[in-house]
Design a protein around this ligand. Structure first.
Ligand code: UGA
Length: 433
């Protein structure tokens, strides 16, 4: 195996996981972040967010000397042949991604280049960003050092990022030269997965198209769940029956309160905007987004429908993270749901196994509890918003005793409706009777 010297710029979920995994498969990696506090935490051997298995991987590879951290891009440029840009691309008010961080990094790389480099887009960026990265580097690369630009989108799921990196469904590499292609293939040699080589624009589009398609699948099944509720069918059975068709597949057909996180909502908006800029009105994706918003609204209306009024009622919320196994609160459905409950006059108590610290920074004026039972105590209804495993094994008889009224509104279909009825709950879930 050829060991490649890699610079990973940005140590968020994507950058840190990818950097640590590249080191794990044998490469030399320098991770860069301009947040000095973050680098200090990492140098202390800690991880600034919750991601299963990542802390062990970071510790082990720092110990082996394959993983280093710095806050100077120039240091990483000097030490590496391949530089991955994994900085944030947050949404602007218009929905377009803010690419100024990507631009700044490209500029700094251009200024610091001393030898041939490949600059790889890792962050999710709109199609044609590669052209801008190339142009920016050329402008600041005063010594005309040769370089290539590449696109290597990530498909990591939070909560399972290390596993997804080591056993991916595919690796997509967008390149323009044989030299860059050869080095990128060397990097991924230890990974056993189909590798798709494309041009840069197609690689950029594969990422946006994949996230847009997965969001569409979720909104599709959420819309089906409404038809199920109206007709008396069960969305789980419908999804199972659809999923048996290999062309459809079982994944991403779980109905719920809608998708969240820092990827789907922003990537969908960004994709709609870039299509618009290119001259196409992507109405299908606008509808996907509308259904997702409506799903949260419907959930709150559900709770209200069972309590007549929400004013002065106490609602217990279980789960705040945008999905289980992460502490990430960005664009979590819980934020909108709790906002709507509060706007209707309800008091909210909440608990999440891992996301409490992050939630406290975003959701104010609610009572944070130490566990699910404290949430249930004296609540008029219990709302399940994230399907953490620990909720599946709750002592439901105890929950019922603690609740003021035995009402459970389950936004993630965690419990069995028959069992809940047997236990004496008034139970509502998504798309099930
Ligand atoms: C997503 C993609 O799955 C990754 O492939 C991609 O790399 C990543 O975005 C990204 O662009 O960086 P992630 O945001 O970690 O990963 O989360 P997912 O597991 O995809 O879930 C997204 C949301 O969809 C969650 O809120 C989840 O609860 C919801 N969801 C998912 C459903 O409501 N139903 C489902 O059947 C599946």
């Amino acid at each position: 195996m050829k060991v490649i010297n890699i610079g990973m710029i940005g140590t968020g979920y994507v950058g840190l996981t990818t950097g640590a995994c590249f080191a794990h498969i044998g490469h030399n990696v320098v991770c860069v972040d301009n947040d000095e506090e973050k680098i200090r935490i990492l140098l202390d051997g800690k991880i600034p967010f919750y991601e299963p298995k990542l802390d062990e991987l970071v510790k082990e590879n720092v110990k082996q000397g394959r993983l280093k951290f710095t806050n100077k891009i120039s240091e990483a440029v000097k030490a590496s042949t391949v530089l991955f840009i994994a900085v944030g691309t947050p949404p602007k008010d218009t929905g377009e991604p803010d690419l100024s961080y990507v631009e700044n990094v490209a500029k700094e790389i251009g200024e610091a280049m001393d030898d041939y480099k490949i600059i790889v887009e890792k962050s999710t960026v709109p199609v044609k960003t590669g052209e801008w990265v190339k142009e920016t580097i050329t402008r600041y690369n005063k010594r005309n050092i040769p370089f290539d630009v590449a696109s290597n989108p990530e498909f990591l799921r939070e909560g399972n990022a290390v596993g997804d990196f080591l056993k991916p469904d595919r690796v997509v590499i967008g390149v323009e030269s044989e030299k860059a292609k050869g080095i990128m293939l060397d990097i991924y040699k230890p990974i056993n997965a189909p590798i798709l080589i494309t041009d840069i624009k197609s690689a950029e589009l594969i990422k946006h198209a994949s996230n847009a398609f997965l969001s569409t699948k979720i909104s599709f099944i959420n819309a089906i769940s409404i038809v199920c509720e109206l007709s008396g069918a069960s969305v789980e059975k419908v999804a199972e029956g659809m999923g048996l068709d290999k062309r459809i597949g079982h994944h991403f057909l779980a109905a719920g309160v809608g998708y969240g996180g820092f990827c789907f909502p922003k990537d969908l908006l960004a994709f709609i905007r870039i299509a618009e800029e290119l001259g196409y009105d992507y109405r299908l994706l606008k509808e996907v987004e509308r259904i997702n918003e409506e799903q949260k609204e419907r959930f709150v209306k559900r709770i209200e429908g069972l309590l007549w009024n929400l004013r002065e009622k106490q609602i217990g919320v279980l789960g705040l993270a945008f999905k289980p196994n992460t502490d990430d609160m960005r664009f979590a459905p819980s934020i909108d749901i709790i906002g709507k409950l509060k706007a209707a006059g309800a008091k909210v108590k909440a608990y999440d196994p891992h996301a409490m610290n992050n939630a406290k920074k975003i959701i104010k004026d609610i009572e944070y509890c130490n566990d699910s039972y404290e949430v249930a105590k004296d609540s008029d209804a219990l709302a399940i918003v994230t399907e953490w495993d620990e909720f599946k094994t709750l002592d439901l008889a105890r929950i019922k005793q603690l609740l003021k009224l035995p009402i459970v509104v389950d936004g993630r279909n965690v419990f069995d409706p028959f069992k809940m009825k047997e236990l004496g709950f008034t139970y509502r879930s998504i798309g099930r009777q």
